[in-house]
Write a protein that binds this ligand. Structure first.
Ligand SMILES: C[S@@+](CC[C@H](N)C(=O)[O-])C[C@H]1O[C@@H](n2cnc3c(N)ncnc32)[C@H](O)[C@@H]1O
Length: 241
């Protein structure tokens, strides 16, 4: 009698928990799907509309930081276009991390296809908890990731920890001043930047960048703001350890 009651209780509990389990499984499938789709979308934009941005930005980073060799860490690499552009014009070895496993897989494929996998290593990782020891990198770069991270100061803190003494970080978003206005206008025309209301993220102001840097305890920095007639921009913070 007692055993039957126990069985009945277990049966009722499982029955009640079933809808929850189904919802959990379905939401897992959905977010997995969304991760895949967003990685593929970014890869497509990087390969087409945004293609001119990465070589130009790589040139700008080398010009502004002066770092051409050693170890580079790229945060939120997506399909790896910036890191690969840096590998092409420097002797840097680039550890490119992204939190989205589908983006990492695409970056790996791009590295092999471009014949640059000997100096470009995509890895799964979180910019808030980097899988690197202190004083590891000569250069840390990131394009377009920061707006998607809530705790921006934590990203700066973590980047500072991983930089070696004398190393430089170049973190931000947007285009490059090495592109001419016509190219930028063309990119904007073809992308969601044509309608700022549709951008998934808000532009970060200079004051906000500075606040996040100060919150991270970083005092020695430069904010680089490139503006174009089209209204688009590139904003980067550069700091040295
Ligand atoms: C707009 S995409 C930019 C991709 C690439 N940097 C580019 O410019 O083509 C932003 C990327 O940041 C990644 N990301 C977001 N939060 C992250 C985090 N906490 N750590 C590592 N990557 C992150 C996303 O998965 C996505 O691939």
């Amino acid at each position: 009698m007692r055993r039957n009651f126990k069985r009945l209780a277990i049966g009722i509990t499982l029955f009640l928990l079933m809808p929850l389990a189904i919802c959990f499984c379905l939401s897992g499938v959905e977010s997995e799907d969304e991760l895949k789709r967003s990685a593929e979308r970014m890869a497509e934009v990087a390969r087409t509309t945004f293609a001119p941005v990465y070589p130009a930005l790589a040139k700008q980073i080398v010009e502004d930081t002066g770092v051409k060799e050693g170890i580079c860490v790229e945060l939120g690499c997506g399909p790896g276009s910036l890191g690969l552009a840096l590998v092409k014009i420097t002797r840097l070895r680039v550890y490119a991390i992204d939190i989205n496993p589908y983006a990492v897989a695409i970056a790996q494929r791009n590295a092999v296809e471009s014949g640059l996998s000997e100096r470009f290593y995509p890895m799964l990782g979180d910019a808030l908890n980097l899988p690197f020891k202190n004083d590891f990198a000569d250069l840390i770069v990131s394009r377009g990731m920061i707006p998607f991270v809530e705790d921006k100061a934590a990203v700066f803190k973590e980047a500072f920890r991983v930089l070696r003494k004398g190393g430089v970080a170049y973190i931000g978003g947007g285009f490059s001043r090495m592109l001419d206005e016509r190219t930028v206008s063309e990119i904007v025309r073809k992308s969601i930047w044509a309608d700022p209301a549709k951008l998934p993220i808000r532009r970060i102001t200079k004051e906000q960048w500075e606040k996040h840097l100060k919150d991270a305890g970083i005092r020695n920095y430069r904010v680089i703001e490139d503006r174009y007639q089209s209204g688009s921009y590139g904003t980067w913070v550069m700091f040295k350890k």
